[in-house]
Design a protein around this ligand. Structure first.
Ligand code: KIV
Ligand code: ZN
Length: 390
């Protein structure tokens, strides 16, 4: 299964909602799920149904509501989890059960106190049982990032035989380097019998700030699904950010990998998730941060005013953001001041600009940012003394 289409599996409502203090109620989850469907994600992981009655109810309600995307419920490799997930998914048009177990030395030894053979048996039993309820079964090998590749390949082969349609290879602890994660996917692609019957999926955490880089390394090596969240929210340092991976693929047509995402919705959905979860987006966040298209140093501003593409690799409109902003600070030059003054109605001559620029710098040195109101003030004050704009 190696087309150029990368499936986007959104887990904002499951892994993302695991952030302490970000719990959502069913209505809030429905609102986000419906926007994710409009955004064009392929899969919505709606929750972990066995974890609480509230989560069960939310997964069920999302399954009823969603028209296009596959709706997925998480389980452990435990019969009751799987049965409960299947009940939560009864109304979904395209239901998926996402089941799995840890495959690293540390998970097998400390979490499960089980031998590798027992882990394979439990994995196969979970997939086979999930298959009695739904056709679409995704298997996750938890902590695959730190799992031995040969053992991982054996697990994948066994669960494909049991009917798994998607193989999730999570870097649960965010440990891998991009080369290492990419090589892992390549190894599985080349060494698992039957791999062409399944989709390999990247699920990367951001503990070392490498979640996006690792996911991209994964798809460059043959994975065709990325698991991600809006704003990159999630456990600890978060998950892969949906807006980052989808814009990387869009801005690099040379990679010949595409998604179904309507990028113009990225800013609004980022704000929706941030507002409903009460989790602010850092201003310098790629794609959706408040400063993502702001320019404040004189050198950059001069370039952007002449041609936006000198310092911007994407059009803000393509991600639904407002226009590029020229922010006035003490680092700004005359070009930026003239540009902003013109926007508020002053077409300054070179001589006027030279005099006003001195007042502007004095003001800017004492203030973090110079606003439109400040520009009026600075020009008016100067006009009184110099008789300009009387
Ligand atoms: O990070 C992880 O390993 C997970 C799995 C439960 C899919 O979130
Ligand atoms: Zn995770």
């Amino acid at each position: 299964m190696s087309s150029n289409r990368v499936h986007i599996f959104d887990t904002t409502l499951r892994d993302g909602e695991q952030v302490p203090g970000c719990k959502l109620n069913t209505d809030e989850k429905l609102m986000i799920a419906s926007q994710l469907d409009n955004l064009g994600v392929d899969v919505i992981e709606a929750g972990f149904p066995v974890s609480s009655p509230g989560d069960f109810q939310s997964v069920q309600a999302i399954g009823k509501l969603i028209k296009n995307a596959t709706v997925c419920g998480l389980t452990r490799a435990v019969k009751n989890d799987i049965k409960v997930a299947s009940e939560a998914l009864v109304y979904a048009k395209r239901p998926r059960i996402h089941t799995g177990i840890g495959t690293s030395e540390s998970h097998m030894k400390y979490k499960f106190n089980a031998t590798p053979e027992q882990i394979i048996e439990r994995a196969v039993a979970a997939v086979a049982y999930a298959k009695t309820f739904v056709e679409d079964v995704e298997f996750y090998a938890e902590d695959a990032g730190r799992s031995d590749n040969e053992f991982l390949a054996r697990v994948c082969e066994a669960v494909i035989k049991a009917g798994a349609t998607v193989l999730n290879i999570p870097d649960t602890t965010g440990y891998c380097l991009p080369d290492e994660y990419g090589a892992k996917i390549k190894y599985l692609k080349e060494n698992v019998t039957g791999i062409h019957n399944a989709i390999l999926s990247c699920h990367c955490h951001n503990d070392l700030g490498l979640a996006t880089a690792n996911s991209i390394a994964g798809v460059l090596n043959g994975a065709r699904q990325i698991e991600c969240t809006i704003n990159g929210i999630g456990e600890r340092a978060g998950n892969t950010s949906l807006e980052e991976v989808t814009m990387i693929l869009k801005q690099h047509p040379d990679l010949e990998l595409n998604t179904n995402i309507n990028s113009r919705m990225l800013t609004s959905i980022s704000q929706l998730v941030s507002d409903t979860m009460g989790m602010p987006v850092q201003p310098n966040k790629a794609i959706v941060g408040a400063n993502a298209f702001s320019h404040s140093s004189g050198i950059h501003q001069d370039g952007v005013i002449k041609n936006r593409e000198t310092y911007e690799i994407m059009d803000p409109k393509d991600v639904g953001a407002a226009d590029s902003a020229i922010v006035l600070t003490a680092r700004s030059g005359r070009a930026a001041l003239a540009y902003r003054a013109k926007n508020v109605g002053y077409d300054l001559t070179k001589r006027e600009l030279d005099t006003i620029y001195v007042d502007f710098l004095n003001f800017a040195d004492k203030n973090k940012e110079v606003t439109d109101t400040d520009i009026h003030q600075i020009i008016k004050m100067n006009a009184v003394s110099k008789r300009m704009y009387a």
